[in-house]
Write a protein that binds this ligand. Structure first.
Ligand code: API
Length: 308
């Protein structure tokens, strides 16, 4: 946060959390005003000058009658996105720990639909991530027809990948060994490939056997993360479509393991894994003027004009 701005704005409370090392800044925008510009989100994401996170997760009041909360997600580059699987598990733990609900089954509205979160007594969180989208225009992915595997020309190499949306777009490649996969080189090239007009998260999937896999993900808007929940879901769907995986798969990511289950086309993808709170914090935002709220007005949680 640039020096001249520090210390002029309001105090914002937050909680630092992670799902298998995919880390988040989580903000309750129900009990406090939330209005962050894209630039401020980028500054807060910085691991030296800010809080440091892969994604910012925001808890808002529900926008639909049959849901408990609205769930907004911002990548480290400030882009607002449709889905975050590891974040969904942390969201569930956060709203219970903050006593925003006492439910164990929570329905949340994301930018692309409604997902259901279930907090187990073992501390693990199960998420119904919804039905994967395979139709190219809805992913979005440029293709003349739907296939299980597409050939994409990238830097004069032909990459074979599956294209799947879990609410957010994913490209999944099958590799011999994730430890030697070209994540740093091919990841950013495919993230911004023109055939992914909204960019994409790029997964590198190593099949151990029909019920075990390893995965690394170069995430859209954040780079490689230690884990990607929606990426693990997309990878299992891709593996099943290719006939390489069974319905229930243990996916080993760099930060730990997720259990993913998909019973096939038309069925939702189920994910189960941990959610960890690291610390509570508060910070003084840059000197963004906050509108004087009329006494009766609701907390201002509407997005800032040029960002969140
Ligand atoms: N980078 C993703 C959002 C976060 C997804 C990931 N952290 C997860 O656990 O699903 C995107 O731009 O779609």
């Amino acid at each position: 946060m640039s020096q001249q701005k520090r210390g002029q704005g309001p105090i914002m409370r937050f909680t630092k959390m992670h799902g298998l090392g995919n880390d988040f800044m989580v903000v309750d925008a129900i009990s406090q005003p939330f209005r962050l510009s894209t630039d401020t989100i980028r500054e807060l994401a910085d691991r030296h000058f800010g809080v440091g996170f892969d994604q910012l997760l925001v808890v808002e009041p529900p926008g639909l009658p049959d849901v408990d909360f609205r769930y907004r997600i911002f990548n480290a580059d400030g882009s607002e996105v449709e889905q975050c699987g590891n974040g969904a598990r942390c969201f569930a733990r956060f709203v219970r720990d903050q006593r925003l609900t006492n439910k164990r089954v929570i329905r949340v509205q994301t930018a692309k639909g409604v997902i259901e979160l279930k907090i187990g007594r073992d501390g693990l969180v199960a998420v119904n991530m919804g039905v994967p989208e395979l139709n190219p225009p809805a992913i979005p992915f440029a293709a003349d027809r739907r296939k299980n595997v597409y050939t994409v020309d990238v830097n004069d190499q032909m990459a074979e990948l599956s294209a799947i949306s879990m609410g957010n777009p994913h490209g999944v490649l099958v590799v011999e060994n994730v430890d030697t996969a070209p994540v740093e080189t091919l990841g950013p090239l495919l993230e911004r490939h023109p055939r992914f007009p909204a960019r994409a998260n790029i997964g590198f999937l190593q099949v151990i056997d029909r019920r075990h896999a390893r995965l690394r993900v170069f995430e859209r808007g954040s780079g490689e993360t230690l884990a990607c929940g929606s990426g693990a879901c997309a990878a299992v769907v891709a593996g099943c479509l290719r006939g390489l995986l069974d319905a229930r798969v243990e996916v080993e990511l760099r930060g730990g393991r997720l259990l993913i289950e998909w019973q096939g086309e038309g069925a939702p993808v189920m994910m189960e894994g941990p959610a960890t709170t690291v610390f509570e914090g508060q910070l003084r935002l840059p000197g963004e003027s906050q509108p004087r709220r009329r006494r009766s007005a609701r907390p201002n949680t509407r997005p800032h004009k040029n960002g969140a």
